[in-house]
Design a protein around this ligand. Structure first.
Ligand code: BEZ
Length: 215
C-alpha cells in the first residue's frame, strides 16, 4: 500500500470531493493529504488537469506518492479505506448481501449528488434561453425521490454497517445533504422528512462535517 503524501485535486464546492474529504477525516488520514484546488466547469476545463490527471475533467482525483492517479470518488474512498486498515467505511464481504447493499445505497446517494450538480449547472451556467425546465424538474425529482427513499429507510442510517462509526453510504448522504444546504437553501429538503432531518442533525455534528464545509 502507498506510503508518502497523497494529493487530492478538488473543488471546495464539490460534493464528490467532500465525500472523499469526509472519508479522509473519518479515517484520520489528514496528515497524509495535500490538496490542490482545480477549477472545473463545463466549457472551461483546466488544460493541465485534463492532460495530466483526469481526461474527463472531473474532480476529485488522488495523486499517489509514485505519481499514479486514482479518479472517481468511490474508487478513492475504497483506496483510503484500505490504506487505513480496511473495512471501516466499506464492509468486508461476509457471504451475505450486506457489503453490496451498502454499496448500492451509496450509489443512490451518489446519484442524488449527480442530479443536484447537474441542476446547479443547468440553472447557473446554462444561458437562460437554452434552459429546459422539463429536464431541470426531472433532476430535482431524482434528488427528492432519493431523499424520500432514505426517509423511508432510516434503518440504513441508524447504524453503520461497516466497522467504523460511519459507513460510506452515510458519508455520501451527508455530502449530498450538505450540498443541498449549500446550493439549494431555497429548496428546504428537511420539510416532510423528519427522520432524515433528525439523522442529519446528529451526523452533521461530527467534526469531519465542519472540517469539510464547502466554500
Ligand atoms: C459547485 O460549484 O456547485 C460545484 C463545483 C464543482 C463540482 C460540483 C459542484
Amino acid at each position: 500500500m502507498s506510503d508518502g503524501a497523497l494529493t487530492l485535486s478538488y473543488s471546495p464546492a464539490s460534493p464528490f470531493a467532500r465525500l472523499v474529504r469526509l472519508a479522509v477525516a473519518e479515517l484520520g488520514l489528514e496528515a497524509r493529504l495535500q490538496v490542490a484546488t482545480v477549477a472545473v466547469s463545463p466549457g472551461s476545463s483546466d488544460a493541465d488537469y485534463v492532460a495530466r490527471i483526469n481526461p474527463l475533467g472531473r474532480i476529485p482525483a488522488l495523486t499517489l506518492a509514485d505519481g499514479s492517479v486514482l479518479v472517481d470518488s468511490h474508487v478513492i474512498v475504497e483506496f483510503l479505506d484500505d490504506l487505513a486498515g480496511g473495512h471501516r467505511l466499506i464492509p468486508a464481504a461476509d457471504g451475505s448481501t450486506r457489503r453490496h447493499q451498502v454499496l448500492s445505497d451509496h450509489a443512490l446517494a451518489q446519484g442524488g449528488m449527480e442530479a443536484a450538480v447537474a441542476l446547479r449547472y443547468e440553472t447557473v451556467l446554462r444561458p437562460e434561453e437554452l434552459r429546459w425546465s422539463v429536464w431541470s424538474d426531472d433532476q430535482w425529482a431524482k434528488v427528492a425521490r432519493t431523499l424520500d427513499w432514505f426517509e423511508a429507510r432510516t434503518a440504513v442510517l441508524a447504524t453503520p454497517r461497516a466497522a467504523g462509526p460511519v459507513d460510506v453510504c452515510q458519508l455520501a448522504l451527508l455530502a449530498l445533504l450538505g450540498y443541498l444546504d449549500f446550493r439549494f437553501a431555497d429548496r428546504p429538503w428537511r420539510d416532510g422528512r423528519p427522520q432524515l432531518a433528525a439523522w442529519a442533525a446528529t451526523a452533521m455534528a461530527r467534526p469531519s462535517y465542519a472540517a469539510t464545509a464547502p466554500a
